[in-house]
Design a protein around this ligand. Sequence first.
Ligand code: ADP
Ligand code: ZN
Ligand code: MG
Length: 489
Amino acid sequence: MTLDQKIKEKYEAVIGLETHVELFTHTKMFCGCKISFGDDKNVHTCPVCLGHPGSLPVVNKRAVEFALKIALALNCRINNYTIFHRKNYFYPDQVKNYQISQYDLPLGEKGYLDIDMGDYTRRVGITRVHMEEDTGKLIHTGATGRISESGASVVDFNRAGTPLIEIVTEPDIKSPEEAKEYMVTLRNLILYLGVSDCSMEEGSLRCDANVSVKEAGGKKFGTKTEIKNLNSFKFLQKGLDYEIRRQVKLIESGKKVVQQTRHYDNNTDTTKALRSKEEAHDYRYFPEPDLVPLDISKRLIEKIKGEIPELPQGKVKRFEKEYGLSRYDSNFLASDISISSFFEKCLAHYGDAKTLCNWIMGDFSALLNQENISMEESKVKPKDLSEMLKMMDSGKISSKIAKSVFEEMFKTGKSPKKIIDKKGLEQISDEDVLEKIIDKVIEENSGPVKEYKGGKKKAVGYLIGQVMAKTKGKANPQIVNRIIRKKLS
Ligand code: ADP
Ligand code: ZN
Ligand code: MG
């Protein structure tokens, strides 16, 4: 057996993910400092988020509500009595020498998230959802920004105290593909909730992956490692792929996997050891004495439940039922809240869901990908796309012209009517006009005409093509087809 076969047949991966989500509240978790990116360094700070002795934290109510939204959307049981703990450790971006977090009484516990893997659904257990605060940011001086090439590091505390949610899964994930799909699904869910911008590149969504391998079908888990620095879906999958391979190789050669934290290097697609279990922190958790316990009332839970919008999985089911779309189409539309809301806004003006969906999945998505922007950022207005599709259906413009009109809409944000009027792109359906052009084409193309009359019916395609060329694509092809056949019969 090759190593690849062994990985596939002899072993099974066991994966659990720990995800951090930065909430986009206006102010920080325990003080009134503004949350804002791209400003000068250390301008959004105060004694609380700088950890000055004697300063007192106050819980941000909105952050608790956002966290509740996430916990409820992940089907968690909510602890009505929940408290904060101090997690003690030293790091230069953590001036207090502790982080306010939650420990044995987290906000939410025992939830789940269902992952649609196409052929099957994987239910991933959610161990806990808890609230904490983010650290400051270390900036390594020097041109490259890499710590190894830097003479000194400075700290920007603008981020310190930003509300963070940690979501920990059970070790229910069985492959790197499932891990990636879990993150895609989770991200989409949180985007729907509107509580974070969930950018993996910018660090508002971060994930650490715990992974071990065990004998296929076996019950006993192997020793796990934890991978850090997985800041894209691709890196998550690649890091796990590498780590599973590394662990299987070790076991196959009679060695043991050592429990440790490992750093993923995206230049080499490998992981290397950061610290082992012996060096693991003892955080000396104790209840935060400066904060009162939170009483999460039934009323608050009901209020937050009422604010949770229709979620992606519910949306997929509704699109299938209400609009008769396939699972594939519905999944695509629901995969991004900016797409699904655009789609439904268009439907208010245009009834053919399938044609609309095809257009969004095809031409529109292609242009978005090309420009690397989201639907929200595009200039196309839902009403305008609907208008254009109506013009296409009524024969006012051909489908070929529609493509170029749409490109113009995408570029300029102008209405299809404006574009068509200005460029004279309206489809020619006037039979008198078309007849004159067709007569000319027949006159100029005696060869193909002879072939057609001699029984080679395909030659009509060439003649239609000539009419289209003469009209710059504006002739209505159905009408042209009918007139040519009539004239030649
Ligand atoms: P630690 O004490 O090292 O933090 P936890 O038990 O808190 O470990 O689990 C942390 C994460 O690791 C969770 O997501 C959990 O599902 C996952 N995990 C636990 N045991 C394993 C294992 N043997 N293999 C893979 N993942 C695991
Ligand atoms: Zn502050
Ligand atoms: Mg743990």
